[in-house]
Design a protein around this ligand. Structure first.
Ligand SMILES: *Cc1c(COP(=O)(O)O)cnc(C)c1O
Length: 427
């Protein structure tokens, strides 16, 4: 591959043209293995950012995609419908919390978040109230488009760069109590105070249930989420749950909100929806919200992307949801979780480790120093694994089909990295 061309001309996520880095060329991927151009094989610890939950090159997903491509790859969704959209929507609504009855199919996670925020704004507009604010949490991540960024942690998304353009929303302190810790209402105090003070201006609360992903890989107490639901009910404020990272079994439940036994008014899904094959997302809502939105001045929900309900993406998503419905993921995720529980605590004896945590098929090692991305990435590749850390976080969310030896190899490679000073930026 022409890596020099890539380096000189192609932007990768969050990269600089002034200091371009060389990427690793992948030529194919099977099951949990990425194949590099030079023949090396890497055990995947990332599921390509939460998405490839069934592994790569899955025969059923391949089949769904090729069969659909022989019928039609795409057709507009305005005034036209098709079987793949109906199939995926039926499956998704059956899987999701049962108050959710209406679905909007979009093309990426960020757009699903934009759609959810627009739904909430149109909802209040229809009710004749001005509610221009959203309440969310620090350390949150909801995507890279403007509205999604406006509810993403101000420091991580550098709100100061966009001052005067980015709407300013309300950020409460993120939860500090971990998933299994003793609950204390003090953890929700700041959120409650912000709710009490601003509720007349707030259209909706938006947050990631149970696991805050890209903003810090923080795994929090389900009671926090239960209390958020109670407060939203008390004030009649909508609750938007961003299940884009957590959905489809990753935390050990189908959706993370099930840990708190609550239902959102609006829910966003994406990432693993197509098993990592195509870009597709969805925003689901209740009949009450949908009907209120559509009863307003606009008379409809005001959104309609060109590639809405793309048939290829819908077909492969249906096949992925069929795999989810077979429920093997439960045993698979549980076995990954028990391996994390067995292997991660031993890492805390390394001086570099600040904390280890895990839930379902998510394993996190928080370090005292930030990683040197280039050096640690090379270390992982030499160890035969693909793990991509950021900041002080080395984390794994492997495909559900990973076998014990794969998880052991990932943790072993992390352990070796912790012993290498070069992998970290010393202060
Ligand atoms: C990745 C992610 C998004 C954004 O999804 P994209 O497909 O990258 O636009 C939004 N919310 C959460 C919680 C995510 O993890």
């Amino acid at each position: 591959m022409d890596l020099e061309f890539d380096r000189q001309h192609i932007w990768h996520p969050y990269t600089s043209t002034l200091n371009p880095l060389t990427c690793y060329p992948v030529v194919s991927a099977h099951d949990v293995t990425l194949h590099l151009e030079d023949g090396r094989e890497l055990i995947d610890g990332m599921s390509s950012w939460w998405s490839a939950i069934h592994g790569y090159n899955h025969p059923k997903l391949n089949q769904a995609l090729t069969e659909q491509s022989e019928k039609m790859a795409h057709v507009m969704f305005g005034g036209i419908t098709h079987q793949p959209a109906i199939d995926v929507s039926k499956r998704l609504l059956a899987l999701a919390p049962d108050n959710l009855q209406h679905i909007f199919l979009a093309d990426s996670g960020s757009v699903a978040v934009e759609v959810s925020l627009k739904m909430a704004l149109q909802y209040w507009h229809a009710k004749g109230e001005s509610r221009p604010k959203f309440l969310t949490l620090s350390h949150g991540y909801h995507g890279d488009t403007f509205a999604a960024m406006s509810v993403t942690d101000p420091n991580n998304s550098m709100h100061s760069l966009y001052k005067g353009f980015l709407p300013e929303h309300i950020f409460a302190k993120s939860p500090t109590l971990g998933f299994g810790e003793q609950w204390d209402d003090a953890d929700i105090a700041d959120f409650k105070a912000k709710m009490d003070l601003h509720h007349r201006k707030i259209a909706a609360v938006i947050l990631e249930p149970i696991v805050q992903g890209a903003g810090g890989m923080r795994i929090y107490h389900p009671m926090f989420l239960s209390r958020v639901r109670e407060l939203c009910d008390q004030y009649g404020i909508l609750l938007i749950l961003d299940e884009i990272a957590t959905g489809f079994g990753r935390t050990g439940k189908r959706f993370a909100c099930e840990h708190a036994d609550i239902q959102p008014d609006i829910m966003c899904v994406g990432k693993a929806l197509t098993g990592g094959y195509m870009t597709l997302s969805a925003t689901l809502t209740s009949k009450h919200v949908a009907d209120t939105v559509c009863g307003g001045e606009a008379g409809c929900f005001m959104h309609g992307p060109t590639f809405m309900g793309n048939p290829l993406a819908c077909a492969v998503a249906s096949a992925s949801l069929d795999l989810i419905a077979e429920n093997h993921w439960q045993q698979q995720v549980r076995s990954i979780e028990s391996l994390f529980a067995k292997l991660l605590p031993a890492l805390t004896r390394h001086q570099q480790v600040k904390d280890v945590r895990w839930l379902g098929a998510i394993g996190v090692v928080e370090t005292n120093n930030p990683v040197n991305v280039e050096v640690i990435q090379q270390h992982f590749v030499e160890q035969g694994v693909w793990i991509r850390p950021f900041g002080k976080l080395i984390y794994m969310m492997p495909p559900y089909i990973s076998q014990p030896e794969h998880i052991e190899a990932l943790v072993k490679a992390i352990e070796l990295a912790l012993e290498s000073e070069a992998c970290f930026i010393q202060d």
